[in-house]
Design a protein around this ligand. Structure first.
Ligand code: AMP
Ligand code: ZN
Length: 321
């Protein structure tokens, strides 16, 4: 990547003018080949080493959740437009959503498209919506699926999901990607069940971070809801303590980064999708989300860019990466 393209990364301190500028964390990751540039901010390839750590983390999270009797569900990183609309994501985060468009024309349209390309003009207005939207959070595709099955079992249910997610937030911070993976356990059931589930996972998340020898703090948080109305929603999310985050320092000169989140949605998704409890009430839901890339980046930051040299207990937690 052109080094000039990286100069707007926020750096702490500020080096004297004569000294060679310190490479940013992103530059170090690219130079080590752990992330591979594509020319787009927040869109990277991953090396075998990076993926081995990601796999180790996923396996550790599976072991942590072995007692949850979770149903494993995997979806491609996209969902149908209708389900996406029902989720009301556009009310809260219209700026983050990504939609898939495709060329749907005839031969004449094709010639027009090629002419635009030839003339180096914009051709994207020749694309039409496909009815497919990129998944914004790993748990979104499961609610319509569970809803269609009818009322939940008496004890509620836990689902295990893993998906690439898309958010349109191009950035030079390596921790803020446009496409990244979220591993989640999602709980559906009574309010008491969800509150207990979230408490359990806040403890387990901290225990996992401790066994990875990462410095953490847990704090109440709020999502970046869009617009003026969004501020009110965000304040209320904070006041009601609906979202907690586990934060780890990763980026130079910036505050710590949220690497896990512990969410209580109350009956938001239960009501939107008509997910019923066994006794007829509306289901409450909650989820714990592990940001796989952010956790890998936190490990690389704190233990060095070569996992073979990480402390042995950390390597063991990750299945000897
Ligand atoms: P959220 O749904 O916003 O609570 O996100 C769940 C987790 O996904 C966060 O705690 C992060 O670890 C991760 N995450 C969220 N946004 C991004 C991003 N832009 N790039 C990388 N990881 C992210
Ligand atoms: Zn979720």
């Amino acid at each position: 990547m052109d080094a000039h393209a990286l100069t707007d990364v926020t750096q702490g301190g500020g080096a004297p003018e004569s000294a060679a500028p310190q490479p940013t964390y992103l530059e170090q990751l690219l130079a080590a080949g752990l992330l591979i540039e594509t020319g787009v901010k927040g869109l990277y390839g991953r090396s075998a080493v990076f993926e081995a750590v990601a796999d180790g983390l996923n396996a550790a999270i599976t072991r942590l959740g072995a007692d949850q009797q979770a149903e494993v569900l995997r979806f491609p990183p996209a969902m149908g437009q209708h389900d996406f609309e029902t989720s009301e994501y556009l009310k809260s985060f219209p700026n983050l959503a990504g939609t898939i468009h495709s060329f749907c024309g005839d031969d004449r349209g094709h010639r027009r498209l090629l002419a635009r390309l030839e003339d180096k003009e914009d051709w994207t207005d020749q694309q039409e919506p496909t009815g497919v939207v990129l998944t914004p959070a790993a748990c979104y595709p499961i609610y319509p699926v569970v809803a269609k099955r009818g009322p939940l079992p008496e004890a509620g249910k836990v689902v295990d999901v893993l998906s690439y997610c898309y958010r349109h937030e191009p950035s030079l911070e390596p921790t803020r990607m446009q496409l990244f993976r979220q591993r989640e356990y999602v709980c559906l059931g009574s309010p008491e069940r969800i509150v207990a589930f979230r408490q359990l996972w806040m403890e387990r998340g901290q225990a996992l971070a401790e066994s990875l020898q990462l410095p953490v703090e847990v704090d109440v948080a709020n999502d970046p809801f869009f617009g003026r109305g969004g501020k009110i929603v965000a304040d209320s999310q904070r006041e009601l303590k609906l979202k907690f985050e586990l934060l780890i320092p990763v980026n130079d000169g910036l505050g710590p980064t949220a690497c896990m989140s512990f969410n209580y949605h109350m009956d938001h998704f239960g009501a939107l999708w008509h997910i019923g409890l066994a006794d007829g009430g509306t289901a409450h839901t909650g989820c714990v989300g592990f940001g796989i890339e952010r956790l890998v980046l936190a490990l690389l930051k704190h233990h060095g860019l070569d996992p073979a040299r990480w402390p042995q207990p950390v390597r063991e937690t990750l299945g000897d990466v």
